[in-house]
Design a protein around this ligand. Structure first.
Ligand SMILES: C[S@@+](CC[C@H](N)C(=O)[O-])C[C@H]1O[C@@H](n2cnc3c(N)ncnc32)[C@H](O)[C@@H]1O
Length: 345
């Protein structure tokens, strides 16, 4: 009898998720957990997008493309919040909600993530009311973010086997003490120098931990289409789910490897693979605060890949992306009825 633990499989796709999502198979993903750049946030993403219209169009594209790849009745969990840029407050939460409803999702919940008081994002204008303590001067500092849950239609609870349910049981204590509330008190990633996700607006492990536990079964596939430092992939691995992460910045590959535990050579029974994009140009303009070391590594990787492309060995020729995914080991087989099951294994 084979008693070896079952492995989980993790794929990092380097590229723009609006181009990659359309190449993923229908209903191949059981849960999406992600957090896209908050428009042109002063500290992390200044001038990242040319206009708010461009950003809104991105929200619509992600909503439209993701609903097809999600299995029926499944959840897209989006960490987002309104953003004040150059004095003007942009309604990201409302616009994301509109985009997802328009794409055909149902609105399932809005969770408010509350950070410890010392980490309030001070609005530049919040000091005004100190200098001028009179009505109309106050602007609030931000201590919360939103986690929006959208659902792709009705979920068929009968499609899950009893064994699968038992393996994925939710801890009743955790659920009734805090997870059941739509306010989650969670400490943000502390700004400690030298941490693996330095200069990346990462969410804390606890956010994907709760979402993956509550909305996916073991061995299913979780997608993060704005992977950043790889937090969702790290937690998916810990919770014995497969994962796919899409990240536009190739310089983050070593960070993701390190965070997910795949920087070490032997990670069996779990596997990790990287799918680079052909003809993909480095978005260095998109990562202005990138540390030198990461940038140098990415330069090196790109050079190596370019050399591979110029002198390809027959065995190294890469199949088209869709086939790579199909021939990989991802699947959400646990919940799909037989007739609809994708042959992903
Ligand atoms: C807010 S960060 C995600 C942080 C992540 N949740 C974590 O814990 O590390 C957003 C990430 O999306 C990436 N990104 C921006 N536009 C993208 C796109 N079109 N496709 C894929 N990734 C993109 C950025 O490079 C950045 O790393």
């Amino acid at each position: 009898m084979n008693t070896a633990p079952a492995g989980t499989h993790h794929t990092l796709i380097i590229g723009d998720c609006t181009k990659i999502l359309p190449t993923l198979p229908d209903r191949s993903i059981a849960l999406i957990v992600t957090s896209l750049p908050y428009f042109n946030a002063e500290h992390d993403y200044k001038n990242y997008y040319q206009s708010y219209d461009e950003y809104r169009e991105l929200l619509h594209q992600v909503a439209r493309e993701s609903i097809r790849v999600l299995a029926d009745g499944r959840i897209f969990a989006l960490n987002i919040d309104d953003m004040r840029v150059d004095g003007r407050l942009y309604p990201l939460v409302a616009d994301a909600t509109t985009a997802f409803l328009k794409a055909g999702y149902d609105y399932r919940a809005r969770i408010t993530w509350v950070k410890p008081k010392g980490f309030a994002l001070r609005q530049r204008q919040s000091g005004l009311a100190v200098k001028y303590p009179y009505p109309m001067y106050p602007y609030f500092s931000n201590l919360t973010e939103s986690i929006l849950l959208f659902q792709s239609g009705k979920f068929d609870y009968k499609s899950v086997t009893e064994q699968c349910k038992q393996k994925s049981r939710i801890d009743k204590d955790k659920w009734s003490r805090e997870w059941n509330l739509n306010v989650w008190n969670i400490c943000n990633v502390l700004p400690v120098k030298g941490r693996v996700e330095e200069n990346i607006a990462a969410f804390p492990d606890e956010i994907p931990k709760r979402l993956i536990t509550l909305f996916s079964y073991k061995s299913e596939t979780v997608l993060d289409c704005f992977l950043g430092s790889g937090t969702t992939m790290k937690i998916a691995r810990q919770l014995r789910r497969n994962s796919i992460g899409i990240e536009i910045d190739p310089a983050l590959e070593p960070v993701i490897r390190e965070k997910t535990g795949f920087a070490v050579p032997n990670t069996r029974p779990d596997t990790f693979k990287v799918i680079p994009q052909k003809n993909f140009t480095k978005p260095y303009s998109l990562s202005p605060k990138q540390p030198q070391k990461r940038r140098a590594h990415a330069e090196e990787e790109n050079g190596r890949r370019q050399r591979d492309e110029e002198h390809p060995l027959p065995v190294l020729q890469r199949p088209p992306l869709l086939h790579t995914i199909l021939n990989g080991q991802h699947g959400s087989a646990a919940i799909l009825p037989n007739r609809d099951r994708l042959s992903l294994h």
